[in-house]
Design a protein around this ligand. Structure first.
Ligand SMILES: [Zn+2]
Length: 329
């Protein structure tokens, strides 16, 4: 389903856009601001499809000629601006595909809609070219700028666009989506949903990644046994961790989730809400053995390890120190 109803979360943005359609107050320029995977393109596509739908409602019908074209990315009046260079959208890209093209009336629909993905990559010249169009758009013209950082736009662009900031989607909604739509098992959905921090795209990617599943199993194994390990086993574990050097942030975040679970269980005695609820035997045993202070200490050590790695302190040294801190607390 490509309309608004297929989108997980973002209720306020959808309501805003649907109200604009209903009240006939659609703006000529919007900025959708959100991190990668957060759903900007889904929202923009649903908005464009709905605006062009032949039924003219606040939700795309999905069956008219325009909707069918839109869903297969062939609607001639929904234009996705592309760029040659991977890291920049130049003035020629914007002039050729947007500023010039928008002057030609729509082919078959009420609107002519331009979607500029990764719009933060527009050069200053490209933004200035776009600005002229945004200042005096044709009545049928709509420009949707998708960005991970709206602060990269010129203030003059910002002041002429309606900015819609994507918020994190509720973990429970993501969890439900992963289980019901993607048939991800519950224990896996729990980890992916909380790990994605409200980013549906990321949750989906994690749930479908064998690599992430392997990483998660590795961390669970370590977390179960780390505190009972002999020193030589810790050294061994550090060597194992080197394999995950590329994903060390995820590795450390998974460890932090584990100790947050231990802390939460210690405080509440509730299994509900734990990320690693199927590890409850280990979690409850560790909660019984640890002090609040010790757990706090571990969570701080995890943060510190991240900072050290960013500052290029030796990987092995940092991880070993971290593991020993965990063992002692
Ligand atoms: Zn339709």
């Amino acid at each position: 389903m490509a309309g608004f109803s297929g989108i997980i979360g973002h209720e306020q943005i959808i309501e805003h856009l649907q109200n604009a359609i209903r009240l006939n107050k659609v703006s000529h320029a919007y900025i959708l601001d959100g991190e990668e995977g957060s759903g900007k393109m889904l929202l923009a596509s649903a908005f464009a499809q709905t605006l062009q739908c032949e039924k003219g409602g606040t939700e795309a019908c999905g069956t008219c000629h325009s909707c069918i074209q839109a869903e297969s990315l062939n609607q001639p009046d929904i234009i996705r601006v592309t760029h040659e260079k991977p890291n920049s959208i130049g003035v020629d890209d914007i002039r050729d595909q947007l500023c010039g093209d928008i002057l030609i009336r729509p082919y078959s629909s009420p609107w002519k809609i331009y979607i500029v993905d990764e719009a933060e990559k527009m050069t200053v010249q490209a933004q200035n070219a776009l600005l002229k169009t945004i200042e005096e758009p044709p009545a049928y013209g709509i420009i949707l700028l998708l960005t991970e950082n709206s602060q990269s736009f010129l203030p003059t662009i910002l002041s002429r666009c309606v900015t819609l900031k994507l918020r994190p989607v509720k973990e429970e909604l993501i969890r439900k989506y992963l289980m019901e739509e993607l048939h991800v098992p519950d224990y896996q959905a729990d980890v992916c949903a909380s790990f994605a921090r409200g980013n549906v795209g990321k949750a989906k990617r994690l749930a479908q990644s064998e690599h992430f599943a392997e990483l998660r199993d590795e961390v669970i194994h370590l977390m179960r046994h780390l505190r009972d390990m002999e020193i030589y086993e810790v050294t061994e574990a550090v060597r194992e961790a080197v394999k995950y050097k590329e994903d060390i942030d995820d590795y450390l975040d998974l460890m932090a989730l584990w100790y947050r679970d231990v802390l939460l269980f210690k405080a509440t005695r509730q299994i509900d809400g734990l990320v690693f609820s199927d590890e409850i035997n280990y979690i409850s045993a560790q909660a019984a053995k640890s002090s609040y202070e010790g757990l706090e200490h571990i969570l701080n050590a995890l943060e510190k390890a991240k900072t050290r790695l960013k500052a290029n302190v030796s990987f092995e040294l940092t991880i070993e120190l971290l593991m020993l801190t965990i063992k002692e607390n």
